[in-house]
Design a protein. Structure first.
Length: 242
C-alpha cells in the first residue's frame, strides 16, 4: 500500500498488477507507462511487466494500517480482469471484510465480470464500486453498475475523450471527470465537462473535477499542473454522501 497523488483517495493497494486494453480509454494507459518504468528499474513486483499478475504476498497489507484510510484498489490493474480468478477475488474481499475501518474504492472497465462475481458474493459495506465511462460507447457499463447493491456507486469519466451526450445517472452517487495526461494525450473540451456537470446537478449526483490534463481548457498543450483543475474558474471536487 502506498500514498498517492490521486485527489479522490489517499492510499492505493495493488494485489493485482497489469492489464490488457479493451476500450478507447486504454489507448494511452498511465498504469502501463508506469509499469514499464518500474520494470526497467528491476522492481520485483513488476518483473512480469504489464502482464496481469496476482500478488498473494500483498493481500495482508491493509491489515497493518490501523488508522482509517480511503483506498483505491488496483490503481495499476483492473481487479476484474479475466485472468484474475474468482478464488483470488474472494481473498481480496476477505481482507476488505477484516478491515472495516477502511473505505475501499474499486474501479473497473469490466463491468460484466464485476456483476458476474457479485451475483454470488455479497459486496462488503465498506466498498465503493465504480465503472469507467470515457466515451459514449461505454455508457452501457452504467447499467451493470446499477445492478449491484454497493453502498456507493460511482463513475470515472477519465480520460473523457468525447461528449457523452445524455446520461441516466439514476442509482449513481458520484461522478469523477478528468482529462488525459502524457505526450500522446487527447484534448478534452470544456463543453463536454459542463454537460456532465449539468446532468449531475440536475440528477443530484456529487461531481468531482480532477484535472484538465495535458491540454488546458483553452486548448493549449502544456504541463498538466499548469493547466490546473478549475472549471470556469471554480474548483468543484464534491464527495458522495456516505
Amino acid at each position: 500500500m502506498s500514498a498517492t497523488k490521486i485527489e479522490w483517495t489517499d492510499k492505493t493497494w495493488n494485489p493485482v498488477t497489469g492489464c490488457t486494453k479493451i476500450s478507447t480509454g486504454c489507448a494511452h494507459c498511465y498504469a502501463e507507462t508506469m509499469t514499464n518504468r518500474l520494470h526497467a528499474m528491476s522492481v520485483a513486483k513488476y518483473e512480469n511487466g504489464f502482464r496481469p499478475t496476482v500478488h498473494e504476498s500483498t493481500l495482508d497489507e491493509p491489515l497493518n494500517w490501523i488508522k482509517p484510510h480511503t483506498i483505491f484498489v488496483c490503481s495499476m490493474a483492473d481487479l476484474f480482469h479475466e485472468d484474475v480468478s474468482f478464488s483470488f477475488l474472494d481473498k481480496v474481499m476477505d481482507t476488505i471484510l477484516k478491515t472495516q475501518q477502511h473505505r475501499y474504492q474499486i474501479l473497473t472497465k469490466r463491468a460484466a465480470r464485476m456483476t458476474e462475481y457479485f451475483a454470488h458474493n455479497a459486496i462488503p459495506d465498506n466498498v465503493w464500486l465504480g465503472v469507467t465511462v470515457e466515451a459514449r460507447s461505454e455508457i452501457g457499463r452504467i447499467d451493470f453498475l446499477r445492478g449491484v447493491e454497493a453502498s456507493i456507486r460511482f463513475l470515472s469519466c477519465e480520460p473523457l475523450v468525447e461528449d457523452l451526450g445524455m446520461i441516466d445517472l439514476s442509482g449513481i452517487d458520484w461522478v469523477i471527470v478528468g482529462g488525459e495526461s502524457g505526450h500522446k494525450a487527447r484534448p478534452m473540451k470544456p463543453e463536454w465537462v459542463r454537460s456532465v456537470l449539468r446532468q449531475a446537478q440536475e440528477q443530484d449526483v456529487a461531481f468531482f473535477f480532477k484535472q484538465w490534463g495535458t491540454w488546458g481548457s483553452d486548448g493549449v498543450k502544456r504541463n498538466k499542473k499548469a493547466n490546473g483543475k478549475t472549471l470556469d474558474g471554480k474548483v468543484i471536487q464534491m464527495m458522495p454522501c456516505v
